[in-house]
Design a protein around this ligand. Structure first.
Ligand code: NAD
Ligand code: MN
Length: 491
């Protein structure tokens, strides 16, 4: 048996063999030491901002210095977007807009390996996910909306649907480039121009996207990228010349944004938090369900708004599900995000790690039972072992609040009615999962779940043609699919 390295640890598979390190090379990415803002088609210096650093959460190594845009920078970006909207983009033949979007999609495919490595470095997510999930979906979103650009009169919004104007878009750190694609692709397809602010911990792939816009010869000002934190985001959404605000992030900030745009003409979509129920009935294929539970909560370290963070198991299969789940968790490999065998990477920031630790401690204090597989964590960087809480009641904070980390709360139920009642007992309503062999039960349960997306015998499946969005405190508006066009059209 070979020695395990500190960076990549994982249990020995039944004591049979162990994995050798298989790191993806980072030589494919060329990270500059510092970046300005992308305004009017060029990288420019800030006029009233200041520099800050972005790090790799797996090593705490500084990756680059980026710019925290000030209000005057934001104003310049909005003006550039307005000028491009008036002069070029909204007037251009729709078929030509779609050519640019197809070009961007193809460049993303060509540069996919580089983008995957950059995303894993800046965010901490495993390369297996950035390479096989995030970046292919980014390209797919641009291809999908490129196809819509010249077919808008047939989208069901009247014969001549008009764009809104300048969109101010603020995105989170959990799927940096994918959230950018969800925001920018439909906005551009509909003829809007954009100013986008990536999250402060993950600006690098958005800046790489700015280079891709240059490479695609996109008219200057159609896409502008302003980096920064909450203050930059606030300056953007409050800017009077922004016609449309699109936000993905916490419910707390979503509320602030809803308040700040109330009374204005701005159109708003908010994609906020979640606390999804993943419901396992006793007739489900248990091995597949266990894979779905793992994918539901441990994908992307649980930094997923639609994560299946509340497991509801029918009592009669509770023991079987729990023992399979624990055995499966014992095979998950936590460590170096760039290692191709890594299942769980780094927690995105020290702040997020604190939040996860605090809520997990509260779970124990409230009386739930905490379990993690044996798992060595690297010394540097931000790490949290995959964790299960059993004996959780609906009143526990870990059953109600979004933890946004690799932490699963397990509850049980006896009847379908009880499952539905417990699943809906949350202020959120973004997603849910149902596992059963009966088609009729899938349909009846899905109908009664107050969630924007219900997965049946699968979880965390995304497709650009499928709408996504929430009920209640999970926000409003839909992204993706034909529905996603509506958010960027004057209808
Ligand atoms: P956040 O809502 O603070 O940040 C999301 C984005 O909003 C970032 O780009 C941030 O800079 C920006 N922002 C912050 N304050 C703003 C303001 N006043 N006006 C405009 N923009 C502003 O989220 P966070 O602090 O990074 O994470 C906190 C919690 O949010 C997490 O624990 C998780 O529960 C939740 N979250 C949800 C999602 C999601 O996809 N729904 C994503 C990230 C975080
Ligand atoms: Mn980072």
């Amino acid at each position: 048996m070979t020695e395990r390295t500190a960076e990549t640890t994982g249990p020995r598979l039944g004591g049979i063999f162990d994995y050798a390190p298989a790191p993806e090379s980072r030589s494919i990415v060329d990270i500059k030491s510092s970046y300005g803002l992308f305004i009017g088609g060029e990288f420019v210096d800030s006029v009233d901002g200041k520099p800050f650093k972005t790090i790799s959460p797996a090593t705490e190594e500084v990756l680059a210095e980026v710019t925290e845009a000030g209000p005057r920078d934001v104003d310049r970006a909005v003006s550039a977007a307005r000028a491009a909207y008036t002069a070029d983009w909204a007037r251009m033949r729709a078929a030509d807009r779609s050519k640019y979007l197809f070009r961007i999609a193809r460049i993303i495919q060509e540069r996919s390996r580089e983008l995957a490595v950059l995303e894993s470095l800046d965010n901490g997510k495993p390369i297996r996910e950035s390479r096989d999930v995030d970046i292919p979906l980014v390209a797919a979103h641009f291809f999908y909306y490129a196809g819509w650009a010249d077919k808008l009169p047939y989208a069901g919004f009247g014969p001549n649907p008009r764009p809104l104007g300048v969109a101010g878009q603020v995105i989170p750190w959990n799927f940096p480039l994918l959230m950018l694609a969800w925001k920018i692709a439909p906005a551009l397809a509909c003829g809007n121009t954009v100013v986008l602010k990536p999250a402060e911990t993950t600006p690098l792939t958005a800046l790489a996207f700015a280079e891709i816009c240059q490479q695609a010869d996109l008219p200057p000002g159609v896409v502008n990228i302003v980096t920064g934190a909450g203050d930059t985001g606030r300056a953007l959404v409050e800017h009077p010349d922004v016609d449309k605000v699109a936000f993905t992030g916490s419910t707390e900030v979503g509320r602030l944004i809803a308040r700040s745009v109330a009374g204005s003409d701005k159109k708003v979509t908010l994609e906020l938090g979640g606390k999804a129920a993943n419901i396992i009935f006793d007739d489900a294929a248990i091995d597949q369900a266990v894979e779905g539970i793992v994918n539901g909560i441990f994908f992307n370290q649980g930094h997923v708004c639609c994560a299946g963070s509340r497991l509801l198991v029918q009592e009669s299969v509770y023991d079987e599900v729990l023992s399979s789940l624990k055995r499966r968790l014992g095979t998950l490999r936590v460590g170096d995000p760039l290692d191709k065998n890594t299942d769980i990477g780094a927690i995105n920031s020290a702040e997020q790690l604190d939040r996860i630790k605090k809520l997990s401690e509260i779970g124990e204090e409230e009386g739930a039972e905490r379990w993690s597989p044996p798992c060595e964590l690297p010394d540097r960087g931000f790490w949290f072992a995959p964790t299960i809480f059993t004996g959780v009641s609906q009143a526990h904070r870990i059953a109600r609040e979004e933890i946004f980390g690799p932490v699963l709360s397990v509850l049980t139920f006896r009847t379908p009615d009880e499952a539905v009642e417990k699943a809906n007992n949350t202020p959120y309503g973004l997603s849910a999962g149902v596992w059963t062999e009966k088609g009729s039960r899938i349909l009846s349960i899905a109908q009664r779940l107050r969630a924007g997306v219900v997965w049946a015998n699968t979880f965390n499946k995304f497709d650009p043609s499928s709408p996504f969005g929430g009920y209640k405190e999970s926000g409003y508006g839909r992204e993706g699919g034909r529905h996603g066009l509506e958010a960027y059209l004057d209808v």
